[in-house]
Design a protein around this ligand. Structure first.
Ligand code: DAH
Length: 342
């Protein structure tokens, strides 16, 4: 035991005399306090100390450890101060640290692009609530209580109030704008929507839509076709072809779905277009007279068209993304691949 005490004493002497040159603090830390340092070493001797001496020795060892730590702090201060005094630690001529620049989310890139195309045609952006009541999400849109079309859109209801839900589409904004009674209306409504769906590569419980609505006097189906044709050419290129297929939506009559030539195979047929050469991108139609009347608009005087598209779908086609889940997983390796000035 005396050997150990002697040893500690000689270390202490050495420590006291440890000179403060440039790298002193780090050299000291490695020699005394590091994982293979002398302090650790001495502490390790504790196991050889007989039980009745353990308490007394424990104190000596602890005090030694604190002694060494204090010296380290002191050395660190001295070297830091010395560096500051000579200006070594701050070189004002060095370039600043790089701040990592984020990039826009692909859904936002495409949303902004869609908006800017329609803005050039005179459409204004309108927004509405994501928590909606039955009237604006369903009933005003010509879906009575027991209408089978409600099944198309599995809904998240809000438990506090059976009249409230997370909107299943952006068509609620149509209703809210028409109810304001200011005509003509030419709006585009981007936003997030929710459906109680099982999550897969092609479906999610939330996604984004853009709704469009044009109500004025003498609006015809030709206006609808021309507007949407202009949109896809601007979005996907001048060579794109479109086709309209008859469809059904309670709030439009007649209703249609619009397809474009498959961007993956150019219309030749592939697995994405299920070998038809066409992919569906949106639903549309002429505003149903019941919808106009529900919103206190004279359906004899006014007519209009509406359309709705999923932003995820357009983005997947534009960037050839195969799995919808990638948009909400926040994986930077995926998100960093998209750049845009829009
Ligand atoms: N609301 C429809 C949906 O979510 C999309 C839609 C279709 C909107 C036709 C429209 C429309 O305005 O005219 O599936």
């Amino acid at each position: 035991m005396d050997d150990l005490l002697h040893q500690i004493d000689s270390y202490k002497k050495e420590i006291t005399e440890f000179s403060a040159d440039k790298d002193a603090a780090e050299t000291f830390r490695i020699k005394y306090l590091g994982t293979k340092g002398l302090v650790k070493n001495v502490m390790g001797e504790m196991k050889n100390v007989p039980n009745e001496k353990k308490r007394e020795f424990g104190q000596v060892l602890n005090e030694f450890k604190i002694f060494a730590e204090n010296k380290y702090e002191e050395l660190k201060q001295t070297t830091d101060n010395a560096q500051l005094a000579t200006g070594n630690s701050i070189d004002l001529t060095l370039p600043g640290d790089d701040l990592p620049l984020g990039s826009r989310h692909p859904i936002n890139i495409v949303k902004n692009k869609i908006i800017s195309i329609f803005q050039r045609l005179g459409f204004a952006v309108a927004e509405g609530p994501e928590i909606e009541d039955d009237w604006h999400n369903f009933t005003a849109l010509n879906l009575p209580e027991d209408h089978p079309a409600r099944d198309m859109q599995d809904t998240f209801y809000i438990s506090q109030n059976p009249d409230w839900m997370l909107r299943t589409h952006t068509s609620n904004v149509q209703v809210r704008e028409m109810e304001k009674g200011v005509l003509p209306i030419r709006i585009i409504c981007p936003g997030r929507v929710y459906r109680n769906e099982t999550i897969s590569a092609r479906a999610h419980c939330f996604f984004h839509q853009v709704e469009g609505l044009y109500i004025a006097e003498n609006v015809s189906f030709a206006d609808l076709k021309q507007t949407l044709y202009f949109f896809v050419q601007e979005m996907f290129g001048a060579n794109i072809k479109v086709r309209f297929r008859p469809s059904y939506f309670p709030f439009t009559e007649p209703s249609a779905e619009m397809d474009i030539t498959c961007l993956i195979c150019g219309g030749e047929g592939c697995s994405v277009c299920k070998h038809t050469g066409w992919v569906e991108i949106l639903g549309c139609g002429m505003a149903h007279p019941n919808l106009l009347e529900n919103c206190k608009i004279d359906s004899n005087k006014y007519s209009g068209f509406a359309f709705g598209m999923g932003i995820e779908r357009i983005t997947m086609l534009k960037y050839q993304v195969k799995d919808l889940r990638l948009f909400s997983e926040n994986d930077l390796r995926f998100l960093k691949q998209f750049t845009s000035t829009v």
